[in-house]
Every structure is written in structure tokens, then in C-alpha cells.
Design a protein around this ligand. Sequence first.
Ligand SMILES: C[S@@+](CC[C@H](N)C(=O)[O-])C[C@H]1O[C@@H](n2cnc3c(N)ncnc32)[C@H](O)[C@@H]1O
Length: 285
Amino acid sequence: MNPRRELSFYIRSGVSASSVLTDSGRKLLREYSGIADDQIDGHVEAMREKAFEVWKYPCIGMFQFLDLHLVTTDVYQEVLDRVKAGEKFLDLGCCLGQEIRQLVSDGAPSANTFGSDICGGYFSVSYELFKDKDHLQTTFIEADIFDESSPLTERLAGKINIVYTGAFFHLFSLEEQEKAAARIVSLLVPQAGSLIIGRQSGSEEAGPHSRSGDKSDSAPFRHNPETWKALWDRIGERTGTSWEVDADLSSPEYGLSTPASMVGTPDVIRDKMTAKGLRFTVRRL
Ligand SMILES: C[S@@+](CC[C@H](N)C(=O)[O-])C[C@H]1O[C@@H](n2cnc3c(N)ncnc32)[C@H](O)[C@@H]1O
């Protein structure tokens, strides 16, 4: 289906910048990007359209690219201090890179930050969204996490201290998630304290879950905290490493405002807005 027609599905469903953007996303655009309050909604809606043309992820249709998660975590201050002190931060599956911009806005040197995504077309939209092409020193790398000889592995293996990954693991089957997790381990500095932070759709009843109703082993897998910890135990065994996992399912994954009534809201949007969020930190011991 043509991207513009699919985007109109979100527009018809009432998912507009004015209905979902929260103060933190607006503040970042106002203070970091210098966009006037009365220009924000129009700018963000134009950027949604451009990003949707790269690839039509539901998270883009729903403005999740202005949903700031890292700053709400207990480890945010630690992350900021470590990146300020020279450690290297990677946002994996960064899309428009909002988490990187929040860190930079709070004083992290952008030269210590990296963003990677299989869709490199998002990077130019991200500069346009945040108006920082002329000064941001983040290194963006187009790469498929499953490609063992990608520019990501060639350039960053063993060099990253902190990985953030949002709405990423839930795209994949359990088998693929294990491959992605092992790749993350290979990107991290091989020492205690290396850190992975993120969130994704989760479920108390863990298992394959797809919006099409597919329950086969190849369907995307939603975790509960126990299955997520078990995955990291298996990764530890496979890679000869040991990981402490802190994970919870206490709030929705989607952190933006939701319409007061969801009567008549299409399933794909309702599911995204209401799916439990698995929020986690995974720390190397
Ligand atoms: C649902 S979006 C989440 C974006 C962002 N992290 C957030 O939280 O708003 C998932 C992102 O992962 C990227 N992605 C999907 N498959 C990938 C792969 N195999 N390797 C690297 N990135 C991938 C997509 O292009 C997309 O930008």
C-alpha cells in the first residue's frame, strides 16, 4: 500500500501531534532544536510523513520518535555521567535518534554517541527533525544487526560501553533475538559495567505474538521479565559472560498520551498504545 495512504489511517484515527505529544518531546524540540511552540505540531507532522516514506513502522505513525524513555530510567544520570566522561553510547535501531538528542541536550558530547539502523534513510530525516546537521557529531551507521560483517561490527566491535535499544527486540523471533543479543555483547567493551538499557512490547504470558495473529515460532516474541532474564542467561553461557538483569512490566510501552476514549480505535493502534512495556537494564558483571 502507498505510504501516504497508510499514514492517513493514523490521521483518520485521531493520532495527531496535538493529541499525543508530551511535554518532554516538546521541550526537546523547543530547547535543543530551537523550534517555536506554535511551529512544533506542524513540523513534527511533516517529519512523520517523511519518516513514514522511509519505512512505515507503526511507531512512526504514532510519533513514538518523540517518546523519550532513557531520561525516565533510574540509570539516566549514570549514563549521562559516563558519556560525559568519555564512554561511548550506541542507540541500536535508533530510527530518528531522539534518545541521543536528549543526552546531547543534557550535556553529553555528541562525538561520544553513535546511532545505528538498518534504514539509513532515517538519519537525514532525524537531522531535519532536530535541526542539528551542522553541529551534531554523532556517528550514524547504516547496518543490519544480523549481518556479521556490517560496518557496525567492523567499526565498533568491543568499543561501546552503553547500548540503548528501544522498540527493537520485539520485532524479532526468539531465535533472532538471541542472535541480536549476542551481537550486542560483541559490540560492548568486554568488561564489568558494560550496560544495555531499553524497552519493548512485553506480555505477562510470554510467547510469539504478531498483530496478524501468527503464533508460529517465527513470529515476534514478547517477553515477561523471567523469559527476558532466561535469554540473558543463555547469552551468558554462549559467550562466556555474566549479566545482571533488571526488568519490569509495570507500565505501557507507549509513553505518549493516549486519547481519552479508544472506542473505534483500530486494533493496530490500540495494541501499540496498550501493550505492556518490558523495561530493562542488563549489566555485565
Ligand atoms: C520500531 S522502531 C523503534 C525506533 C526507536 N528505537 C524508538 O524507540 O523510537 C525499530 C527500528 O529498528 C530498525 N531495525 C529493524 N530491523 C533492524 C535490523 N535488522 N538491524 C538494525 N535495525 C533494524 C528499524 O529500521 C527501526 O528504525
